[in-house]
Design a protein around this ligand. Sequence first.
Ligand code: SF4
Ligand code: SF4
Length: 304
Amino acid sequence: MYGQGILKGLWVTFRHFVNTYVDDIRYAGRKYLRQENFAIRQGLKAQGAFTVQYPDEKLAVPERFRFTPFLVVNDPDHPEAPGDDWCTSCGICAKVCPPQCIWIVRGSDPTTGRPVPQPEAFFIDIDICMNCGFCAEFCPFDAIKMDHNYELASYDRTSHHIHDKQYLSRPLSYWKTIAPTTALEEAVARGGWEHPDVLKAMKKAGQTAVTPTWDNMFTKPEPAAKPLPPAESADEDPAKAERLRKREEALARKRAAEAGEPAQPAAAAVEASAPAPAAPTADKPKFDKQAMLEKIRQRKADKG
Ligand code: SF4
Ligand code: SF4
């Protein structure tokens, strides 16, 4: 009848209120000390108040939760290329980012100066990022993902909130841990756990990648085939061989110029270039991180 619903609601509230104290007695002072107790208090059998003692306790976020982006790199124990970037600095993420908060500096070969598919610098201004996830959606190399870490408060937003490449880089195993289902789906769609370019090269070389499964997700599977041939091997491709020869000549000329020696003839130059030590890179204009940060701050200030 009238007022019955109100009384029922009040009874539920009162029960929770009393159960909170009963719970305290039941856990004998260990209510907030053990992780398993936290899991029980957040489960279906929970009684009493459901308060989470943040930041000592944190609720697990769902797998699809997304906060700021991070860059995927190879695991440190990767057999061929530990820590290598998955990002090819193609710039698609920067283009699709609605508030335009991604800045990328493309890497270049230290000797020839030619662009290489690797970012030299990568910045994301997380004060501007709106966590839309477009960058991760559009990246053709699965190289940028949305992180679960939402604790980003700091006392200095001008520098700490502009995440650089070093801060952004996380190993693939981290992505597998925070989003196992998605990581597996993506790997199956790619055709292996490796970077798409590596898989493409393996396919070209007639090799088969290890099929991604739950079982091999966190274990290092045995390599399915022998190591890839060197990237520059161009025995069967005359155009590639010609490009390689020209590059070797250019390198040899550069080394000779740096050593103050007269340039060698082409054939000799190629021969000499093989055992030569790595060319010094002192002349290469260094990427100025401070200047880049200054530019970003200026742009931020201009935008108000
Ligand atoms: S993160 Fe992806 S989309 Fe962005 S530059 Fe790198 S490879 Fe391209
Ligand atoms: S999540 Fe959205 S706003 Fe943030 S960097 Fe990616 S595309 Fe830009």
